[in-house]
Design a protein around this ligand. Structure first.
Ligand SMILES: [Zn+2]
Length: 80
């Protein structure tokens, strides 16, 4: 009986599964790579199409980058 109650205490309720989204942009100034990363509970990439990122480039350029203009978009399973 005791081992049964032990098994019941093992809960997965504490785990929150999220997704890390990594977006790669091309800098409009130096054409170099600019990356932006954020986490989301949704793994769907389309939600980022309308999102705007503020990510400065190493060359000194800073401005906004539309999610739709990302050259590449990776999604990684992330546990918080
Ligand atoms: Zn740049």
């Amino acid at each position: 009986m005791e081992s049964l109650s032990m098994a019941k205490t093992v809960s997965r309720g504490q785990e929150v599964r999220t997704f890390a989204h990594i977006l790669l942009f091309r800098c409009p100034e130096c054409k170099g790579p600019v990356t932006a990363a954020c986490s989301s509970k949704n793994m769907d990439r389309e939600q980022f199409a309308t999102r705007v990122f503020k990510q400065p480039c190493k060359c000194g350029w800073s401005g906004t980058l539309g999610g739709l203009t990302a050259v590449q978009h990776w999604v990684e399973c992330w546990w918080q």
